[in-house]
Design a protein around this ligand. Structure first.
Ligand SMILES: CCOCCOc1ccc(-c2cn(C[C@@H]3NC[C@@H](O)[C@H]3O)nn2)cc1
Length: 450
């Protein structure tokens, strides 16, 4: 047996997002977002599910916070619904929306739980999508107006800010692959969106610095996956570089090196005729220094070159890895490799694991117990890989599992469950899963045995 020990000051938490848990979509002055529109468009979301009610955390946040308190977490990552505070994206402020977040954050602080606030977790006000959304640089200015409002309103209470969650999902998954809102399929448009998200991130960081908060910190949370080359063949190594780079270099080189990765820019230009719409000063803005990096990791694979393998001429090679119920490989080695790669590529900036978790869809048994052994095992394997990365010098400050609650899993609707707490979507009752109790033990002891 080996002891997996974490540092005394390790921050433990859970993560959620506004559209996925709040509900009250047409309450409290909230305006519509692109996910309200997308989820109500036939065929876009499994079973026609939407976030109108979700986990009803808008009304049940006190119960959620008592679960967090019982769990013993010190940090809770949530996101603000932009259209709840600015129903039209800019201009008129919805005081009821601000009041809700004050009540919620005050309750967190009362319970000694540090709020980690994501400003943008994909619920763009529909009014901004109506003028082109992130493809229109005016949305960058709207985001800065929203960020400034939030910084000034909550700076005394929130000391840890995340600008953009998973820019790859908000740009390429949403505007090229088309699985997420607004469901477009145009690589040039998606590349514009990715760039404007990065500029918006940089401008928000600049605004945060201007406002000046001594004890605050700001970062962003890209999602990464790991493609391990199937062989030492150059073509396999390069194919994996491209596949990894779409998530890593594309969203980290601009922030940490003030330039896009040349090899990938050339690849987009030569194979797809796509270019990045960089204006004078953009790269300097994007690379405004951040205090920490949030990393979201779920899965990876062994991959290799395949000329007919789509955008990056790569393909995943099935190695018989076990998969979670959403069909993603369980690949903890990839977690270690990607963290080591980030450290070696971008220096040792403090990193929070802002999302890591697994999908298992067990229902409560007759005695009320939810036996999610797969999720406990996934946590064990990935925390072991995280510990290995920390031993290799990766500057990990905290780990927040996705997610506290089962919730609206985007295009999968409510069919896919990532929570350590089961949610009965009919009664909205919360039921602690076995993984809740296992994770509580880790938080209490700061170690576990494998
Ligand atoms: C190449 C083609 O691929 C088609 C599907 O491609 C993806 C990729 C990635 C995801 C994905 C979903 N999640 C979990 C969320 N992270 C944020 C939080 O809101 C969680 O709900 N992370 N990544 C989905 C679909």
């Amino acid at each position: 047996m080996a002891i997996i020990q974490f540092p005394k000051d390790m921050k433990w938490g859970t993560a959620t997002a506004s559209y996925q848990i709040e509900g009250a979509a047409n309450e409290g002055g909230r305006g519509p977002s692109i996910w309200d529109t997308f989820s109500k468009t036939p065929g876009k979301v499994m079973n026609g599910d939407n976030g109108d009610i979700a986990c009803d955390s808008y009304h049940r946040y006190e119960e959620d916070i008592s679960l967090m308190k019982e769990l013993g977490i010190t940090t809770y990552r949530f996101s603000v619904a932009w259209p709840r505070v600015l129903p039209n994206g800019t201009g008129e402020v919805n005081q009821e929306g601000l009041d809700f977040y004050h009540r919620f954050i005050d309750k967190l602080l009362e319970n000694n739980i540090e709020p980690m606030c994501t400003l943008y977790h994909w619920d763009l006000p529909q009014a901004l999508q109506d003028i082109g959304g992130w493809n229109n640089r005016e949305t960058i200015d709207a985001f800065v107006e929203y960020a400034e409002l939030m910084f000034n309103e909550f700076n005394e209470k929130i000391k840890c800010w995340i600008t953009i969650n998973e820019p790859w999902c908000a740009s390429f998954l949403s505007n090229y692959i088309g699985n997420h809102a607004p469901g477009l399929q145009d690589l040039q448009l998606a590349t514009n969106v990715a760039h404007h998200l990065l500029v918006a991130h940089g401008k928000a960081v600049k605004k945060y610095r201007e406002i000046g908060v001594e004890d605050g910190q700001i970062g962003y949370a890209p999602n990464v996956e790991w493609n391990e080359p199937y062989s030492d063949k150059q073509e396999d190594i390069e194919a994996c570089y491209r596949a990894n780079g779409w998530f890593i270099e594309w969203f980290m080189d601009p922030v940490f090196k003030s330039a896009y990765p040349e090899k990938l820019v050339k690849w987009f230009e030569e194979t797809e005729g796509v270019t990045v719409p960089i204006l004078e000063g953009d790269m300097e803005t994007i690379s405004e220094k951040i205090d920490f990096l949030g990393i979201n990791y779920y899965t990876g694979s062994v991959s290799r070159f395949n000329k007919d393998g789509g955008l990056f001429q790569h393909e995943r090679v099935d190695q018989g890895y076990q998969k979670t119920d959403i069909g993603w490989n369980i690949y903890p080695e990839g977690f270690y490799h990607v963290l080591k790669y980030i450290k070696d590529s971008y220096g040792n900036i403090p990193i929070y694991i802002t999302e890591n978790g697994s999908c298992y869809n067990e229902e409560p048994e007759s005695n009320g117990r939810v036996k999610d052994a797969g999720r406990v095992n996934y946590l064990k394997q990935h925390l072991t890989a995280l510990n290995r990365a920390m031993s290799a010098g990766v500057n990990i400050k905290g780990y927040l599992t996705w997610s506290l609650l089962d919730n609206f899993e985007w295009a999968e609707g409510y069919t896919m469950r990532f929570g350590i707490v089961y949610v009965n979507y009919r009664t909205l009752e919360r039921v602690r899963k076995d993984s809740f109790y296992w994770y509580k033990q880790i938080i209490d002891n700061n170690f576990f045995e494998v």
